[in-house]
Design a protein around this ligand. Sequence first.
Ligand code: HEM
Length: 456
Amino acid sequence: MIETPPAASPPARGRPLPGPAGLDVLRSAWALKYHVLDTLRGAVARWGDAVAFPVPPWRMVLLNHPDHVAHVLQAGAARYGRSPNYTEMSLLVGKGLLTSDDGAPWRRQRRIAQPMFHKRALTGPLGPIVARVTDDLLADWRGRGDATFDLVPDASRLALRVAGLSLFGRDLGGEADALSRALAVALPFVQHRTEAVLRPPLWLPLPGHLRFVAARRALDRVVQGLIDERRRAHEQAPDLLGRLLDARDPESGEALSDRQLRDEVMTFLLAGHETSANALAWTLHELSRHPEVARRVEAEVDEVTGGRPVTADDLPRLPLVARVLDEALRLHPPAWVIERLALEDDVVGGFCVPRGSVVLLCTWTTHRHAAFWPEPDRFDPDRWAAGGPGHRMAYFPFGGGQRQCIGEEFARVELELAVARVAQVAHLEAPPDHRARPCPGVTLRPDRVLVRARWR
Ligand code: HEM
């Protein structure tokens, strides 16, 4: 349970936030639980860019304007901390890079991992790994002949294998089913606890707790297996796991404890594949629904490669592929909400945000802000040709400020190359009128993405 921090400064002055009151609070609590995306969008339409929802157990504040986003993530970031959803997330991933509070331990964790994610480092093994894993996926699809299938589990397997091979030197394809079964229990449990008014301790043997603990144990087995295997092999591999094992505290000279190591590996395993899997599924969904865009992507890849297999080195010459990804991440941001806890009273856009508020920065609504995105619901990769929305924080699928996603470049290389590789050999068709529905949980998953592959 997060404790409200003591006031660090005199109360800030600002207008009170608009939002539901009286019976409307109950209605919006229900609507936020069952229709969160439409409810947040409806609230912006009704009350504007800043809205308070005094919904137990938290006072939630939606800040939708890109200026607000820039304030919370960048200029005013010191007034905000990790929110309750990260506290609950740490039941699963412990205190890894994602859930650690800002401060010296987080900076140290980030310093250890950062070199693996520099652009230079990513031009090495990542490209060939993505190429190989995507080719396996395509071979699998060929085996399905003319059938229509749901590619969501395939995208998940691809992202898991890419993360396993490139970060930990292990192909996790064999564990994919067990991992996705465990995540299907563990992630909704975490999400549910964040929203719950009561959060009983995990040691109470409630059915939900027992299921969560079993799922976490299954995930732990995979993570511990990765660590033990590497230790036994006495290898010095130049991947993330190698760096974590070699890391030493600059003052004490001590290595990471087994617990820290487990938390970090679990964090990267989850953060490194769940979001990318969703992004890939959504991107292929949009391409399968927009054959005219898909044909242009295919032509771009053909022209650049002249028929040889596309590689990561070709990506700078595939601007349409990058725009397709940007547009898919705009409409379907896997990290659909970024939350922060207000550590002190603040004024944002003229409104008072009281200490203890849970601030919601909703990529899904800001990415549809009518002042920055003409026809916001339309999938139109060409809108990026003129250089984007004109405000840096009108688009923030990877967050911003010091906690910006460490894996952004990794994800971009992975996703652009996978999409280009698919486009080179297959043309995906969605059944008429098929639209994937967004399922907002810890990430924004599509319910299912139905396609049929036509071979080029
Ligand atoms: C399309 C794919 C991805 C999306 C949309 C995404 C999104 C994000 C966002 C929005 C944050 C910031 C969260 C916050 O500020 O509260 C974040 C943080 C993070 N991401 Fe990603 N991510 C993606 C892929 C990856 C990959 C591939 C990795 C690792 C290989 C990764 C690892 C992390 C980690 C460790 C953090 C925490 C960083 C920190 O707090 O210092 N992500 N991600």
